[in-house]
Design a protein around this ligand. Sequence first.
Ligand SMILES: Nc1ncnc2c1ncn2[C@@H]1O[C@H](COP(=O)(O)OP(=O)(O)OP(=O)(O)O)[C@@H](O)[C@H]1O
Length: 211
Amino acid sequence: MLFVSIQKKLSHFQLQAAFQIKSETVILFGPSGSGKTTILNCIAGLTDPDTGEISLDDTILFKSKKNKLPIQKRQVGYVFQDYALFPHMTVRKNIEYGAYDSLVTQQLLNLLRIHHLADKYPRQISGGEKQRVALARALATKPGVLLLDEPFSSLDEETKNECYHHLNRLKKEWKIPILLVTHDKQEAKKLGDRILSIREGKLKSLPPEAF
Ligand SMILES: Nc1ncnc2c1ncn2[C@@H]1O[C@H](COP(=O)(O)OP(=O)(O)OP(=O)(O)O)[C@@H](O)[C@H]1O
């Protein structure tokens, strides 16, 4: 379980976030600049809260600026908005980078149905395929939590639906907490078990029916 209870002063408001995520997909939904990426970055360790606590199962990720786990030890899988694949590496090498063991790369290539792309470079594959490679790369480290920052925003409807299908399959097989940022109500409905709405750094829990 992921536990987050943090405070951080941002330029125009105070971020105050408190939530827990079990083996489920929680959507973080809110306008631009409301603090969504900052929450993900605090969990991943790319930025620090001012105060608060973040833990994953029995491991404390953050308790204070002096008592925190380094990024590489956090077991957090993070898929950024722009995928950030390494352009000079093949799909297989991208996934192998930081992989837990060599078997896992092949399993992920199969699971996400991208085995036929293993020897191609990112410039040679489509947006939806890149998206699946980015997911595979994040999962190759066997993370205890998966963070997704608007990963499907630049995809067409058909490719989005395909990615939703893969993500829902992953959720069932991996049983880890997934926190997904999106602006898209349909996406929130299709993927979310729960929805956290955020406005100026304050969170509110919404049932999916409210959408
Ligand atoms: N380290 C920081 N210190 C102070 N303010 C920050 C810091 N990082 C981000 N901000 C500000 O905090 C606010 C929230 O930014 P954040 O990137 O978390 O929003 P977001 O909800 O992810 O937006 P978007 O949907 O546009 O990506 C913005 O006004 C941003 O300028």
